[in-house]
Ligand binder design. Structure first.
Ligand code: ADP
Ligand code: MG
Length: 314
């Protein structure tokens, strides 16, 4: 392709909200064999919402939610937001509380009134959070987090958890003072265009792959809904780039589509990194393409544009 053709393609891309960082990136996209999709926020809407909360001890549900929300209050994770929203709505039934007849109090101020003090907080990437509340250790996260801390999940809860996961929900487990106390089920709906885009990629001879830190049962259920057969689940944040490198070993060209901070090493490792526009700055910086509209259809737009510019006909 001539420099003019590359310039024209870059302009056409921009008009579709596909920002291409240079001619090399434009050229590489035509040869992509695999497109790796991050699950949360990329294939899914990233609008996680709690659908179930269940306590397996004597504790009242309201106290359980207060405890979990207090532990999650300092986390930046999308799951944490969903948990705080749920606890907030549970306590206020969706009504704006008034103070001296005034509703101007901020959400943060309202939350701070009933959240418990959490000290020694730490976020454990790909696992969950931990802190001390009332001088007791609180763990909120996945099976790995509880297992590492020697907390066993009772059979009754395990059955409940498996059922959530088979229904594409993420189970969040809670331990207090070394004992399992309850769990939450979180749903994050697929983007509307996801299944059509996966189908389109397959027709273009490209193999779609899903990579996620979520557990494999949930990941498989989501993948099935969207039409992806190759699923890499329970991948720790650092492991996403390794998945890409393993696919590149036989000379395959690999594209990665992601949005989160966790995804930036993988976006950089990929032959073609595509950041979803609503994503974090660090992901956008690591990528070769920015899909400004956050629509997965633009993954196809980008590859099409490259193929047309370089007149590659399969
Ligand atoms: P993804 O790859 O889907 O973006 P992450 O690597 O961020 O997922 O997280 C993987 C898993 O770790 C989550 O599915 C959840 O079970 C657990 N986890 C991570 N952060 C939190 C948190 N703040 N609270 C509860 N669980 C969490
Ligand atoms: Mg993500």
């Amino acid at each position: 392709a001539t420099p003019t053709a590359v310039m024209v393609a870059t302009g056409v891309g921009a008009s579709h909200g596909v920002l291409i960082k240079g001619g090399d990136a434009l050229e590489r996209a035509q040869n992509v064999d695999y497109v790796i999709f991050d699950k949360t926020g990329t294939l899914t809407q990233g609008k996680a919402a709690v659908t179930t909360a269940k306590v397996f001890t004597e504790m009242e549900l309201g106290d359980f939610l207060t405890l979990v929300a207090s532990a999650e209050a300092s986390s930046e994770h999308p799951l944490s937001r969903a948990i705080l929203d749920y606890a907030y709505h549970y306590h206020y039934f969706g009504e704006l509380p008034t103070v001296n007849g005034d509703t101007k109090q901020s959400r943060e101020e309202i939350l701070s009134e009933w959240l418990l003090e959490a000290i020694d907080f730490s976020a454990l990437p790909g696992r969950g959070v931990q802190c001390l509340i009332n001088e007791k250790r609180v763990l909120v996260g996945n099976r790995a987090l509880l297992a590492e801390n020697g907390v066993t999940i009772p059979a009754e809860a395990e059955i409940f958890l498996i059922d959530l996961e088979l229904n594409a929900k993420t189970g969040i487990l809670v331990a207090y003072d070394g004992n399992f106390i309850g769990l939450l089920g979180i749903a994050d709906p697929l983007k509307r265009e996801a299944a059509v885009v996966i189908e389109g990629l397959k027709k273009m001879g490209i193999c779609p792959v899903m990579v996620t830190g979520d557990n494999s049962r949930t990941a498989q259920a989501v993948a099935k809904e969207v039409g992806i057969e190759d699923v890499r689940a329970e991948v720790l944040p650092a492991g996403k780039a390794d998945v890409i490198r393993s696919l590149q070993k036989d000379g395959s060209m690999v594209a990665m589509v992601g949005d989160g901070i966790n995804d930036s090493p993988a976006l950089a490792a990929a032959d073609v990194g595509m950041a979803i526009g609503a994503g974090t700055d660090i992901a956008i910086e690591a990528a070769d393409y920015v899909l400004v509209r956050s629509s997965l259809e633009d993954v196809i737009t980008a590859i099409d544009l490259s193929r047309k510019t370089f007149s590659r006909i399969r």
